[in-house]
Design a protein around this ligand. Structure first.
Ligand code: HEC
Length: 82
């Protein structure tokens, strides 16, 4: 994970529930990258999670404070993973 992505995902504790290659609390970053969400869509899903998209997981709590610029960096990184 590039340092600027680590900084953002540590700031909002994303990494305590999402890790690169395995399921922890939430889906792995690799699994999330398969969805190919746009930054806009991902921002919406972080602010208003849709637990129905991941039926065997507990619901993610919404994170309102992350900015759209931060989500864009995370989304661009995720979409470049595969
Ligand atoms: C407390 C644990 C937790 C934290 C913190 C967390 N997530 Fe999640 N996340 C989950 C779980 C569980 C799911 C699957 C269930 C759901 O979507 O509600 C999920 C789903 C997602 C999804 C998929 C949404 C969808 O509908 O497909 C994305 C993208 C995501 N998280 C990104 C992030 C980002 C980025 C952060 C940090 C800003 C973050 N998550 C923080 C637990 C967490």
């Amino acid at each position: 994970m590039p340092p600027e992505i680590k900084k953002i995902t540590d700031k909002y504790a994303c990494n305590s529930c999402h890790v690169l290659n395995k399921r922890v609390v939430g889906p792995s970053w690799k699994d999330l990258s398969q969805k190919k969400y746009s930054a806009k869509k991902m921002l919406k899903l972080i602010r208003e999670p849709q637990p129905g998209n991941w039926p065997d997981y507990p619901p993610m709590a919404p994170i309102q404070t992350i900015s759209s610029a931060e989500v864009k960096l995370v989304a661009d990184w995720l979409n470049g993973l595969n």
